[in-house]
Design a binder for this molecule. Structure first.
Ligand SMILES: Nc1ncnc2c1ncn2[C@@H]1O[C@H](COP(=O)(O)OP(=O)(O)OP(=O)(O)O)[C@@H](O)[C@H]1O
Ligand SMILES: [Mg+2]
Length: 124
């Protein structure tokens, strides 16, 4: 019998996995707002164009990231929130799987910028 099984390329596997996390623009918004809260943000600015299909921009005043972390955060299973399995039982964060940004990056054009936050833009 002929062999028909092939291993999926990493890119295809990532895109399929992304579908489980990011079903629609709202899923990306949810993940990024959770990240802002996990980072201790007290102010978050969300900008959407075309209901998030053209642009989803999230600006927060949380902890921020080092340059190295800003690169690593888009890798699958890259997280600052747990290190070992026992950490799952003492979690205080909304995310921990290290999958959201990798998933978003595999299905969207992503840009991360360091900005000087204009706090007057956010009310409430
Ligand atoms: N807005 C942010 N401010 C500071 N650090 C962030 C922010 N967003 C993401 N990070 C960092 O990037 C890492 C990866 O984020 P990502 O959302 O992919 O994973 P996670 O939040 O750890 O888990 P999950 O996939 O369950 O959301 C986080 O663990 C955090 O360290
Ligand atoms: Mg997250």
């Amino acid at each position: 019998m002929a062999d028909i099984i092939r291993l999926l390329s990493e890119n295809v596997a990532n895109q399929i996995a992304a579908g489980e996390v990011i079903q629609r623009p709202a899923s990306a918004v949810k993940e990024m707002l959770e990240n802002a809260m996990d980072a201790g943000a007290s102010r978050v600015q969300l900008i959407l164009l075309d209901a998030g299909k053209t642009l989803i921009q999230v600006i927060d005043d949380g902890s921020g990231m080092s340059e190295t972390d800003a690169r690593l955060c888009f890798d699958r299973h890259a997280t600052s929130k747990i290190r070992k399995i026992d950490d799952l039982f003492t979690l205080h964060t909304m995310g921990f799987r290290g999958e959201a940004l990798a998933s978003i990056a595999s299905v969207a054009q992503v840009e991360m910028k360091h900005v000087v936050l204009n706090l007057n833009l956010v009310s409430g």
